[in-house]
Design a protein around this ligand. Structure first.
Ligand SMILES: Cc1ncc(C[n+]2csc(CCOP(=O)(O)OP(=O)(O)O)c2C)c(N)n1
Ligand SMILES: [Mg+2]
Length: 336
């Protein structure tokens, strides 16, 4: 059985103000993660980070159509999802620096950024765990008869977890308002997808009767446009949908992978070739084609730099968690 189509273009584009704000969000995510890469090297973070540089267009293009009450679930590579959904940059830095002012009181760190008030119901270090959480959130939306939808961001590696099949099954059976967004960056840790993943991931939704398609996830205009249609149908009761967005992460699987690897698993040539398709460079040339000038693009980038500097200062000035408070946020409704 064949899955849905590979969509390469649509005939709708974000208007220029929307596009400007998409570009700004992508810049903030990129610059925040460039900063975090430095922070890890300088010992400013208690742990490692997983960066999503190269994948920004997916989070930004999809989340542009969500409001605070729609829920997203994320992965270990979740800074971009958090920021695209409106998570607070300063509170994210404080969180990753392990400070009390962090969005989860400094207890979650990079892999667990969450903000329920913004519908960010959790990044997750357990590969594939977001699938079940998002499916549950979508079920709650259905029971509550809201028009809210849940979006599950997950990787190509997570698509090989059995739970994806369980979630596709129940999402289809109960016509849940859930959008599955598989970020296929071609790798699961250090394993190329071709060595661990059979067939086309989007096709896996077909036997469940879930509409699915594949797109170039590095084209912000395309992601924005496809997500717009899918999400608006979903708000009108069309049920679940599945998008496989092809992308690439420029950084390693995690920030210090070169210290543990005996040999590189990607060639410098491959990374160089993919950098030519950088979603931010592509967005930039699309914006120039649509009449923005270099100076304006530069001022957006400088604003993003400034916001990141302020977030770093906020995070650095934060207070470390009190000794003995480790269990306080562990159990709902209980303070230990
Ligand atoms: C249940 C589980 N199994 C294994 C791991 C170890 N692990 C962490 S990330 C990862 C690869 C995930 O690949 P993918 O879903 O493609 O996401 P990506 O890192 O490419 O964004 C693995 C196997 C884990 N964290 N959780
Ligand atoms: Mg992957």
């Amino acid at each position: 059985m064949n899955g849905g189509p590979r969509v390469t273009s649509t005939n709708q584009f974000p208007d220029i103000d929307v596009f400007r704000s998409l570009y700004m969000r992508m810049q903030v995510i990129r610059k925040a993660e460039e900063q975090l890469a430095k922070d890890v090297r300088q010992g400013r973070t208690p742990g490692q980070v997983h960066l999503s540089d190269g994948q920004e267009a997916i989070a930004v293009g999809v989340c542009a159509h969500l409001d605070d009450k729609d829920q997203i679930t994320s992965t270990h590579r979740g800074h971009g999802h958090f920021l695209a959904k409106g998570g607070d940059l300063k509170a994210m830095f404080a969180e990753i620096y392990g400070k009390r002012e962090g969005i989860c009181g400094g207890m979650g760190g990079s892999m667990h950024v969450a903000d329920f008030a913004k519908g960010i119901v959790g990044a997750n270090g357990i590969v594939g765990a977001g699938l079940g959480i998002a499916t549950g959130a979508a079920f709650a939306n259905l029971l509550d008869e809201t028009k809210q939808i849940a979006v599950c961001f997950f990787g190509d590696g997570a698509a090989n977890q059995g739970s994806m099949m369980e979630c596709l099954n129940i999402a289809s059976l109960w016509n849940l308002p859930i959008l599955f967004v598989c970020e296929n960056n071609g790798y699961s840790e250090f394993s190329p997808s071709a060595t661990v993943t059979a067939g086309v991931i989007a096709d896996r939704a077909t036997p469940f009767g879930i509409p699915n398609l594949r797109i170039d996830g590095d084209d912000i205009e395309l992601v924005w446009s496809v997500a717009k249609d899918v999400i608006s149908d979903m708000r009108n009761g069309s049920g679940p949908a599945f998008i496989e967005a092809e992308t690439y992460r420029f950084s390693g699987h995690f920030s210090a992978e070169e210290m543990v690897l005996e040999a590189p698993y990607r060639s410098a040539g491959e990374i160089h070739e993919r950098r030519q398709r950088d979603p931010i460079l592509r967005a930039k040339s699309q914006l120039l084609e649509r009449g923005l000038d270099e100076a304006e693009l530069l001022s957006i980038a400088s604003l993003a730099d400034r916001l990141v500097e302020e977030a770093v200062a906020y995070g650095e000035a934060g207070t470390p968690p009190e000794e003995g408070s480790a269990l306080q946020l562990m159990f709902a409704g209980r303070s230990v």
